[in-house]
Ligand binder design. Structure first.
Ligand code: GLU
Length: 504
């Protein structure tokens, strides 16, 4: 019987989560939900030198915002906890002892200076089967010497003993079967006496095994570590239950050359972090997708497409649709270029599908802060009218300010082109006529105004554009009579007279 998959997202709390990390988490989530499995958050905080205050909370807040829920995590617990590696010290120690006892690992006393000397003496020095017998470790020292050093608290590390000449197979769901020879690997440090903590490699493997992880889905940057991890599984006698791997393609710079970095975001003006991050030491702030106006659904949708595609033309996918459509077969091996315009396009699509009353709620707050108190129904209609012109809700004001206040200036080019000698007279005529109307609906206005233009043989283009200029301040905006209906008769008439005064 096949067990339900268990997958984990295992970030190290070393700062804000990169958007690539969010993509990794998303693919884990999609696979887990699709297969009726479990999605686990594990905090890999064994590297105390790189620990950053607030990073763990940041990670949790990111997924709360995105609506990607974990089944087990430090916050909610679970049957395989603790879910924070710093709380699992004893577990790792036990496994390190076992590896030592079974001869699969050894203790090394070489100081950093000694190692440096070896590196300078031998080009491409590697601590491995070819060199380990010339080093200061429990393989070259007697048992008494080793015990004596440890009793006297000599700093040491534990290294995994890689036997050369073995075939190591990594079964990767995206890259297929990757085979390497163990001779190229070095005896990696798996534990340090200095802080009594394991290194990433050991903790990662031990936890994946103990937490019954079935699929390790992570970024391509971890592919080089995979053979060592396989070796560790083997050494610990867990080869039978080894998880399958899926190494996701790198997120690339918009130009395609190299990994997407924070500097690219700063340079080109887009966030690379899901939510805003404030560095606890420098106080520096880095922008987030959330604060830049992205909707969580849009972020999920466009991240899903960075490294995967459905094989059809469909681009808009809800989380549920992604959950059923996702497959590793459709994940690409090569890097995925980050495309800011595409990200904005996705956000635009989600703004369009957002109900007008929800959009209006956000907009009301913005208007309120600008000292504008407009009725909810009007704000809702305005939002509905201009939403096709915006990528983000915060752009509503720029696209619709003329609904709420008379123009403060008039676009010069339009003035030159459309404001003729006869225009002021026509605008006064127009204002006087509109003033007498009882039904000020867009349709009623349209028939009255068009009729007036024809009767007088006026130039429709010039009159209508001057009208727009007077009301909007520029030659832009949706259907003219929609605007005037919404701002109302009094305001329309007032703006016409104001323009005649100001422009002429
Ligand atoms: N702690 C590693 C990271 O920060 C985990 C890599 C993995 O998923 O194995 O990404």
């Amino acid at each position: 019987m096949q067990q339900n998959p268990r997958v984990r997202f295992a970030p190290s709390p070393t700062g804000p989560l990169h958007i690539g990390g969010v993509r990794t988490a998303l693919y884990n989530y999609l696979f887990a939900r699709q297969q009726g499995g479990s999605f686990i958050l594990r905090i890999e905080d064994t590297d105390t030198t790189r620990f950053v205050e607030g990073a763990e909370e940041y990670i949790q807040e990111t997924f709360d915002w995105l609506g990607l829920s974990f089944d087990e995590s430090p916050r909610q617990g679970g049957d395989y906890g603790p879910y924070k590696q710093s709380q699992r010290k004893e577990i790792y120690k036990e496994h390190v002892h076992r590896l030592l006892e079974e001869g699969s690992a050894y203790i090394a006393f070489d100081t950093p200076e000694e190692l440096e000397l070896h590196r300078s003496e031998k080009e491409n020095f590697q601590y491995d089967a070819s060199t380990r017998m010339q080093m200061r470790n429990s393989l070259t020292l007697t048992k008494e010497e080793t015990d004596y050093l440890i009793q006297n608290k000599a700093q040491h590390v534990v290294r995994i003993k890689i036997e050369p000449g073995h075939e190591i197979v990594v079964n990767d769901l995206i890259r297929g079967r990757v085979v390497i020879n163990s001779s190229v690997l070095d005896d990696k440090v798996i534990y340090k006496s200095a802080d009594e903590l394991p290194t990433y490699h050991l903790a990662n493997v031990v936890d994946d095994h103990l937490m019954k992880i079935t699929h390790v889905i992570r970024g391509e940057e971890w592919l080089p570590s995979a053979p060592l991890h396989v070796w560790l599984y083997r050494s610990l006698g867990w080869e039978e239950s080894m998880p399958l791997f899926a190494h996701l393609p790198l997120l690339l710079k918009p130009e395609g050359n190299g990994k997407l970095s924070k500097r690219d975001g700063d340079r080109l003006g887009f966030p690379v972090f899901p939510i805003e991050w404030q560095d606890p030491n420098s106080g520096d702030r880095s922008s987030g997708f959330r604060e830049s106006g992205y909707l969580p659904e849009a972020v999920i949708n466009f991240l899903a497409f960075l490294g995967w595609n459905p094989g059809t033309e469909q681009e808009i996918f809800s989380l549920e649709e992604l959950t059923s459509a996702f497959t590793f077969e459709r994940c690409s091996k090569s890097g995925a270029r980050f495309d800011q315009e595409k990200a904005k396009w996705f956000n635009h699509q989600y703004i369009l599908t957002m109900p007008d009353n929800l959009l209006a709620e956000t907009f009301m707050t913005d208007l309120y802060q600008r000292g504008i108190d407009a009725p909810k129904e009007m704000v809702e209609r305005v939002a509905g009218i201009v939403k096709e012109r915006i990528h983000f809700a915060h752009e509503l004001w720029d696209q619709s300010s003329y609904f709420f206040e008379a123009p403060l200036s008039y676009d010069e080019k339009t003035v030159r082109k459309r404001w003729k000698e006869e225009t002021p007279g026509q605008m006064i005529e127009l204002a006087t006529m509109l003033e007498t109307m009882d039904d000020f609906s867009a349709d009623a206005q349209e028939s009255v105004v068009m009729d007036w233009i024809q009767r007088n043989n006026y130039h429709t283009g010039n009159v209508m554009n001057a009208f727009r200029l007077a009301v909007v301040g520029a030659g832009k905006g949706p259907h003219m009579f929609l605007i005037t209906e919404l701002i109302g008769k009094d305001e329309t008439v007032r703006r016409l007279r104001l323009a005649v005064e100001n422009i002429s």
